[in-house]
Every structure is written in C-alpha cells, then in structure tokens.
Design a protein around this ligand. Structure first.
Ligand code: IVH
Length: 677
C-alpha cells in the first residue's frame, strides 16, 4: 500500500465529513462526535491551506465562501412554486376529498401521501451533474431571490448528490430542482433569540421569521451562524430520471441525500388519512419543529396532472391547518433586562393564562420598535401567541378592550442595573446602556458568555457564579477570571476545597483554548463560531486580527461589511484592548494552532484488520489512513490484532475477532480514534 498524498487524504476527509452530515441530518443518527467532526474539518482545512489547488467547490470547508451580497438577484422559476388551499376543519377536508374523487371518477382508487406542513419558507434548489448550483426563495411563486451562497452554509443541504444505493432507487438525475422548506427547530430558535437579545440584535417573533431573516443575511458567515435546516418535499423540473409518484419522489430525494421528514406516510384508504391527521393534532407540541398543519397529497403524478391547478393552488393537495394557539390576557407590566452589549430588552408580565394546556406568565416584546409600532400599553388586553415550547410573544393589543386609563408606554430612560442614561443608535431597534466598562449587568452577561460551551468552556461557572463574582467585586472584566485564587474563596458559602480546586483547574485549562474560541469568548457582535474560525484561520493571531483594516477583513471568505464593521468598533474601544492585553498577560495563547499534521504516529504499534464494506472509505483509503498515522494493516486476525474495523457484510474475520475478544470498530470509530489525538 502506498502512503496517501494530500489530494487523496483530502478526498477521504471530504467523504467522511459528507457522510457525517448525512448521518446527522438525513438519517438523524449521528455517528461522529462534534469534536471529531471539527477535528477532521480542521485537518482538511490545514491541507487545503497548504495546497490551495486541492480545494473543490463542494468541499465542506467551502460552505462559507464567496463574497457578501449587496442585494439578492431576482430569478424566474422555470416552473412556478405553487401554494396550497387550506382546509380549516374536517368538513373542509372531506369536501376536498369529495372533489378529488368526483374529478377522477368515484370508482378510481386514490392513494394519498400525508406530510407535516413545516412552518418555514419554501426554496427551490437546482442541481446539475450532481452539484448544487443555485438556490432561490419562493418569492411570489414566479420570481424569487437567488440566495445560493447563504444556502450553501446549511449543513443538512447536500452540496453534491449521493449516488442512490439500489437499482430501484434510480440513478443520479442529469439535472433536478429540489423543493422544500428551510426552517429552524424550536429549541435552536429559542437559543438563537436568547443570543440575539444578548448581543443587541433584533430577536425574531417565531422560527419562521427567524429562518427567513437568516437566509437574507448579506454575509454568508452570518447565515452560517444560524441553525437552519432543510426538509425536501417535492421536485420541480428534472431530467434523466423517471419519477411517477410523490411517495417514490420522497424516497428518491432521501436516497440523493436530502433530509425528508420521517413522519410522511402513504395511505390507500381515506379512513387512515383521517386517523393520521387526528393523531397529528395531539402530537404537534411534541415535535422539535413548528408545523402549522398537515398536507394531504394525491400520490400518483398522472392523477395530479389530471386534477390540475386552479389559480395557484393545485387541486391535488390540501393543507389541513391546525388551530392557532392564541389567547387574550391583561398586560400587567413591562420589565426590561440588560444584555451583554448593554442592550436593554423589554418583556411582558401577563396576568396568567392557559394557552394550549400551558400556563403563560411572561412573553417576549422584542424591542422598543415592536412595542411602539403596535402601540402596546401596560394595562391593555393583548393577544399572546404560543408555539410549542418557544417563548410566547405578544402579538398586539385588543383595541376594543382598551380603557381610557391606559397610557402609551415609553421606554425607560435609565439603565435598571446602573442608572446610566440609555442611548439609541441611529437605525437600530435597541436601546443600550452605554456604561460598557462598569455596568454590572453587562459584565455578568459577558462573563456568562466567555465561559460558555461554545467559547472558553469553563465548567463550573454559570449565571449564578458570574453574578456572585461580580457583586463581590472580584472581577471587573472577563480577564479577571484568571486572577481568581483559592484564598479569595475562603469563607464563602458553598465553596469547599474540592469545588474550588475543580473551578480553578477549569479556568487553568481554558488558557489552552485555541484562538477561534477566544475570539468567540470576547463577545464581539455578529461574531460566532463560524466567523471566529474563519478569522482565526485567516489571520493566525489576535494581533493580526486587531491590526486588520476593514478591507482586509472583508477579503476573508464569508466575512462581509457587517461583521467587519463590528470588529473594527470592538477593537477601537480602549476597554476591549485592555482586556486583550490582560488575557495575554494571563498566559492565553492568542495565536492559532499551527496547521495540523496530517500524518502522525498516533496509531504506532497498533495492528488493524479491515473487513466488510465501510460506508465512505474504500479498503485502500482506510488502509492508507491507518498507515498515515503510524498503524499497521494486516490480512488476518490473531491475538496480536489491536482492532478489527468492520463494515457491512463482514464475515469470518469479524467472527474471529469476536471469538478472540479483539476490539471491533466501525468506520466512525476508526475516525474518532484518529481525531481523538
Ligand atoms: S407542497 C403543492 N409540502 O406550504 C405545492 N408544501 O402553503 C405546494 N409547506 O409554499 C408545496 N410543508 O412553503 C408542500 N410538506 C409540504 C410542505 C409545504 C410546508 C409550505 C411551502 C408552501 C406552502 C404552501
């Protein structure tokens, strides 16, 4: 076996990363840990940095690439994207079915496909020769906006189609337009909103708005920070394959590597369709995403054509809508909270009300504009909307119920935490406390962010500890965490010697965090993990980053004017430069890792036997991979074998390994073993 060259290794890594995305987003069955994924991605990045000629457009390193858009180009859809007629209750659903059977002939059997109606936004993705070449929003159905660079950042969206595995799944299409929904999961949406609020950006009313807003970012790096996902549910024009039904199409889309909702069903009787729709009504709250109904489609494409389209709605499909989860209650008070960058956000305290089985006491009011545009007043009766476990939000006042006594609400003029006069930046929705250096509320939020998992990952410090350290006067900025000593904790309730040692160890360990995490930890507006990694890779040190001009910043792939301006502002501030100097003095590295070696002796002294078919690596690639890291590959299993790497249809070698008690790994296990180093 020959030692792999960088080109070979890069291809191996790309295949492994694409497979990991497929397992995670399509099969919903992750096999590679996040840490292992990151390690492999970094390794690929290092190879590509050393050998730029090896970069391919569909490399997972190229998800964030291309320049920021100043505006989105309009594109005409080759076939219009239709909308759906609604059925608001079971009677309307029956009426739809009756029309279908009248038009097709009452004796004609009809098969139905039932799919959740995901509340996101519709997209059309064009693939040519297996590669993703263009993506556009639905727009008005005829003309949409081209958002290809932003769509590329969605990890669940394949940049290259998978080769369908079995013959009956058809081959690759010559070209195909895949349609589906970009959406956000509820939990990920809630986390995003919390983050946006903390950094002074506008939070979103619901996951749908969040998905739409995220896709319309001008910097692809910003879109990449947003937890967008994709479900495929239809095809537009295609060539080179023959698709004849919706059910077949959904399976085909999954085989090509698209996430397809796991709750789609095919039914041959109407009674089953009804029962499934009814069951769905009760399940809607337990879904990880928001669905606003269920779509019933006639399965057969020939029947679909026969039924045709009226206006923009096909007769062959209907959306059975869920009732909205809204209720009216009294707005008792508006309270404001201070975030990490000083942004002051309003929240509603409500007269408790049960909405869809959950008691709601608080609701989001987003920002000052949101309140003034809707003229929401304390004492008003307001409509509150709740969607699953997403924080409920105030939709607006019920004007008929308003009494003369309620006064328009005005935003407070001073910070509730430090009393400073609040300021409002031109063109921004947020009011801010300008007392950046000293406001204790801001400092607590900054510490919380600095120690968080995606940043310096200091276990043992959370909101409570951050508040405590700040109020005890121990820390005045995040760098002061590195000055905490065991002596300080003496006599402080709740801190025994063990806990103190653990805490100080965690702080000590964080000194070794790589540059990208330090950049995240600084809490610069708009700079999350994706932008931080791009910046760390490009500049290699915090000094170089701080010295970069806006032009140099926007020259980095995926970094646009918004991120660049924010970085400029941050590093201009004396207080921030001071913190950086203190972090350096505290022994943080502030330089990037040297490009990772793609060879190592991690597996030195270990003997491997390969058997069966691995999901992404060929036998030869896996052998090369083992050898690059110093391991040996042998043909037969003996007591001296360290590991057997087994894939599909492994036979006698696997049996022998089990008999001798030799450790058996799958491909992911092998990759994890390597990336663990
Ligand atoms: S089919 C008939 N299937 O609903 C062609 N649409 O109101 C229409 N949607 O614009 C699309 N989940 O954004 C279809 N499983 C699903 C859907 C779905 C969500 C959205 C889509 C469309 C809107 C129509």
């Amino acid at each position: 076996m020959t030692l792999p060259d960088p080109a070979h290794r890069a291809e191996t890594l790309r295949a492994a990363l694409a497979e990991a995305n497929y397992q995670y987003y399509v099969l919903d069955d992750p096999r590679l840990s996040d840490a292992a994924y990151d390690a492999l991605l970094r390794e690929l990045q290092a190879i590509e940095t050393a050998h730029p000629e090896l970069i391919t457009p569909d490399s997972p390193t190229q998800r964030v690439s291309g320049q920021a858009a100043t505006q989105f180009t309009k594109v005409r859809h080759p076939q219009p994207l239709l909308s759906l007629a609604n059925a608001m209750d079971e009677a309307e659903l029956h009426a739809w079915r009756e029309r279908v059977s009248r038009l097709l002939g009452p004796a004609t059997p009809v098969v139905y496909v039932v799919e959740p109606k995901i509340d996101g936004l519709a997209l059309a993705l064009t693939y040519q020769a297996g590669r993703f070449v263009q993506g556009a929003t639905r727009g008005d159905g005829e003309i949409g906006e081209e958002v290809t660079a932003n769509l590329r950042t969605i990890r669940g969206l394949p940049l290259r189609l998978r080769e369908p595995e079995t013959a009956e799944q058809l081959g690759l299409p010559a070209s195909i337009e895949v349609r589906g929904e970009v959406y956000m999961r509820r939990a990920e949406f809630a986390a995003l909103n919390a983050h946006l609020t903390a950094t002074g950006e506008k939070s979103f009313a619901n996951p749908r708005n969040a998905a739409a807003g995220s896709l319309r970012q001008k910097d692809p790096a910003l879109t990449a920070e947003r937890p967008l996902r994709f479900f495929a549910y239809a095809v537009g024009p295609f060539t080179g394959v023959n698709l004849t039904s919706q059910w077949q199409t959904l399976h085909y889309l999954r085989a090509l590597g698209f996430p397809v909702n796991a709750d789609v069903r095919r039914f041959t009787t109407w009674a089953e369709v009804l029962a499934y729709c009814q069951a769905w009504m009760t399940r809607r709250d337990s879904l990880p995403y928001e669905a606003d109904g269920i779509v019933v489609k006639v399965d057969d494409f020939a029947q679909q054509r026969e039924l045709g389209v009226v206006q923009h709605d096909p007769r062959w499909a209907v959306a059975f809508k869920f009732a909205a989860r809204e209720a009216v209650t009294r707005l008792e008070q508006i309270v404001v909270n201070v975030g990490r960058t000083g942004v002051v956000t309003p929240n509603a305290e409500l007269s408790p009300i049960v909405i869809g089985g959950v008691t709601v006491r608080n609701a989001s009011l987003h920002n000052a504009d949101y309140i003034s545009e809707r003229d929401i007043r304390v004492g008003d009766y307001v409509t509150v909307k709740r969607a699953g476990d997403v924080i409920p939000y105030v939709v607006g006042p019920v004007l008929d119920l308003r009494t003369a006594a309620v006064e328009p609400w005005t935003f407070p003029t001073t910070c509730p935490a430090c009393g400073s006069t609040l300021e409002r930046v031109e063109g921004e929705a947020a009011w801010r406390c300008p007392n950046f250096g000293i406001c204790p509320a801001q400092l607590v939020r900054r510490v919380e962010h600095f120690v968080s998992r995606g940043a310096m990952d200091i276990v043992g410090i959370g909101e409570r500890q951050a508040e405590q350290f700040v109020s005890l006067g121990w820390i005045e900025d995040v760098a002061d965490l590195y000055g905490l000593t065991a002596a300080l904790f003496e006599g402080v309730e709740g801190y025994g010697p063990k806990r103190i040692a653990k805490l100080l160890d965690a702080i000590q360990a964080s000194r070794a965090q790589p540059l990208d995490r330090v950049i995240v930890g600084l809490g610069i507006r708009f700079v999350g993990n994706v932008a931080a990694t791009a910046l760390a890779n490009h500049f290699g040190s915090l000094d170089a980053l701080m010295a970069a001009s806006e032009a140099e910043l926007t020259a980095v792939d995926g970094i646009g004017p918004v991120v660049a301006a924010s970085l400029g502002l941050f590093f201009q501030r004396e207080a921030n430069r001071h913190v950086v100097a203190k972090l350096r003095a505290a022994g943080l590295l502030l330089v990037g890792e040297s490009p990772r070696q793609w060879t190592s002796d991690l597996l030195a002294g270990k003997t491997f036997v390969l058997t069966g078919t691995l999901p992404t690596l060929t036998r030869e690639q896996a052998g090369d991979l083992i050898q690059t890291h110093g391991g040996k590959v042998s043909e037969s299993v003996s007591k001296k074998t360290s590991y057997v790497v087994a894939g599909a249809s492994a036979g006698s070698k696997l049996a022998k390994a089990q008999q001798l008690g030799v450790t058996v790994l799958d491909e992911a296990g092998l990759l994890a073993l390597i990336s663990a180093g």
